[in-house]
Design a binder for this molecule. Structure first.
Ligand code: ZN
Length: 564
């Protein structure tokens, strides 16, 4: 057996990756990496999933893994270290974009991005100007503040047309709640600018804009614009060359240098903590235990105060159809709307169909691709914020990955003009959709009852050598299947290249999921395959057909499921 991935459990899904839509952006053919020798750029490296895990644990900054290529941030010395490992890095894109020569306000950097202090001051300014709409809370301290090295309070603002009892830190509120957080990953700098605009959009629109007025009359909107203020201080200290710091500023867990210091706060949540990197200098270091970091303690206590617990304790317990509250955690980049589960590729969240339906509603505005982390970014992520709010409370939680992979508006550090030119107009109405759904996020699509447009087979079936095995599941569902359906497969096998996998629809139509490959000698198939089933009725008997086409190895189909 190959060793199980720990840092970044990558989904080995050749067929899935080949089905990804082509990227709109493409790198310049004649770019000369030599001119960027001393500053970080993005290197594209063809690697196996196992090598990506090794790169992460060795402290390489892997920004994404797509189509069999890892995208690694670093300067010429990092490229040399990649070559030392036998890899062949190719220049993909610059990290730093041109900084417009404009006069910007104090407390900004890199052409206009606000510092943590500016974002926090903005909350108090808004509350002072709109006392009947906005309330600010201190919900905890950053790591530096807890150890007396400066740091910041972590602040939340609640916005609603306030009636007695509104905007209290108590789960029993009269109004449903939508919360949105940004910059838990410090260097994803456009995300704080989006929540800044969202706050202004609401308080300025109340009383004049019908949609906003109706929203704030019926719903509480909570915003934590800077979830990782120490990290944002480190980023902003770079000025026109922002420091690519992702984690918090905690230096107590290991002797790491530069951006290797700190804990990845979006791997440190308590729900399903423990599947990310245990190497303190890795970019996805999960910390020594769940909620080891004061920022995550603050966020989890905050969410526990504003959301009632509406979901049972088992992974398979759906949140009931009358569940309330929605949450978005903003990240960069990739142009994705991501819903739980992120911690596993082997089973769908019990409310997956409804989570996908609301995600698809939001994606009508920003055009992003909808799916779980394994279905979008291509890897599992344990200890994330969206899994936490869904897993712990049943809240419809999402991660948005804002921005593309390449170009002026791509990567972690897009030009400031991209915020108003691209990101805000694309996401404003997606945020509004999530806020308006806070009263009943699961009313659209699957209400969370077993058997509704999701089929699963959990009895294991042996896969004999050179034989075809079929596993049927019957789905009771009245509507059509969707273009964003998904099949999740868990197979134990000693040579997975032997296997060809197809999905057979109730009417006999065949949808290829995975082809065989004599050269793919790795073990096991644990993958989720997106598939367009919009031509099919969802109800009926669906069959997974697994053909072992080469002799010598056998295995077991442990389970599979289809979300229609
Ligand atoms: Zn992020």
């Amino acid at each position: 057996m190959r060793s199980r991935c720990r840092a970044l459990a990558l989904i080995v899904a050749t067929a899935m990756l080949s089905m990804l839509p082509g990227m709109v952006d493409s790198p310049p053919a004649n770019a000369d990496p030599g001119v960027f020798a001393t500053e970080p750029v993005t290197w594209r490296v063809t690697t196996s999933p196992v090598q990506v895990t090794e790169l992460l644990d060795a402290g390489f900054d892997v920004a994404e893994y797509r189509d069999g290529d890892a995208f690694v941030l670093g300067d010429a010395a990092v490229a040399e270290r990649l070559r030392d490992r036998g890899l062949r890095p190719r220049f993909h894109d610059t990290v730093y974009k041109e900084v417009a020569d404009v006069t910007t306000a104090e407390d900004t950097f890199y052409g206009g991005y606000r510092t943590a202090a500016a974002h926090l001051a903005h909350l108090d300014t808004v509350a002072a100007a709109h006392p009947d709409l906005a309330t600010v809370y201190d919900i905890g301290d950053s790591w530096r503040k807890t150890v007396g090295q400066g740091g910041h309070d972590i602040k939340a603002i609640c916005i609603t047309a306030r009636q007695p009892g509104d905007c209290q830190l108590s789960p029993s509120s009269a109004k449903p709640r939508f919360s949105i957080i940004s910059q838990i990953h410090a260097r994803e700098i456009a995300t704080g600018e989006l929540t800044y605009r969202w706050i202004d959009h609401l308080v300025n629109g109340y009383g004049t804009d019908t949609e906003i007025t109706e929203l704030l009359d019926t719903t509480e909107v909570w915003v934590v614009p800077i979830a990782n203020p120490d990290g944002v201080d480190l980023v902003a200290a770079g000025g026109d060359r922002p420091v690519l710091h992702r984690k918090n500023a905690n230096t107590s867990h290991g002797s790491c240098s530069g951006t290797g210091r700190g804990v990845d706060l979006n791997r440190n949540h308590t729900f399903k903590w423990g599947g990310a990197s245990s190497s303190p200098c890795a970019e996805t270091y999960q910390g020594p235990r769940g909620a080891s970091e004061p920022e995550v303690v603050a966020l989890e206590q905050f969410f526990a105060k504003i959301h009632p617990d509406q979901r049972g304790p088992a992974d398979t317990d759906p949140a009931p159809a009358d569940t309330r509250d929605t949450m978005i955690s903003l990240h960069a980049y990739g142009n994705y709307v991501i819903h739980p589960w992120g911690w596993t590729a082997n089973q769908m969240a019990p409310n997956a169909a409804a989570l996908r339906a609301l995600g698809t509603d939001m994606a009508q505005y920003n055009g992003y691709r909808v799916g779980t982390a394994p279905q979008t970014v291509g890897y599992t992520a344990t200890g994330s914020t969206d899994d936490f709010v869904y897993g712990a409370f049943g809240v419809a939680g999402y991660t948005f990955e804002v921005g593309s992979s390449w170009g002026t508006c791509g990567g972690f550090l897009p030009a400031y003009s991209c915020v108003d030119g691209t990101f805000w107009p694309a996401n404003r109405d997606a945020f509004m959709t999530a806020a308006q759904a806070a009263d009943s996020p699961y009313s659209d699509g699957d209400p969370g009852q077993p058997g509704d447009c999701v089929g699963a087979a959990t009895t294991s079936v042996p896969l004999a050598d050179r034989a075809t095995t079929e596993s049927p599941v019957t789905v009771a569902c009245e509507r059509s299947a969707t273009s964003a359906a998904a099949v999740t497969v868990d197979i134990t096998h000693t040579y997975r290249g032997d296997l060809r996998i197809d999905l057979v629809a109730p009417d006999g139509s065949v949808y290829p999921l995975k082809s065989s490959s004599a050269w793919d000698g790795a073990d096991d198939v644990r993958a989720t395959y997106p598939v367009d089933l919009s031509a099919e009725a969802a109800g009926g008997t669906w069959t997974l057909r697994v053909a072992d086409v080469y002799s010598g190895d056998t295995g077991t189909l442990n389970s599979w499921s289809v979300t229609l």
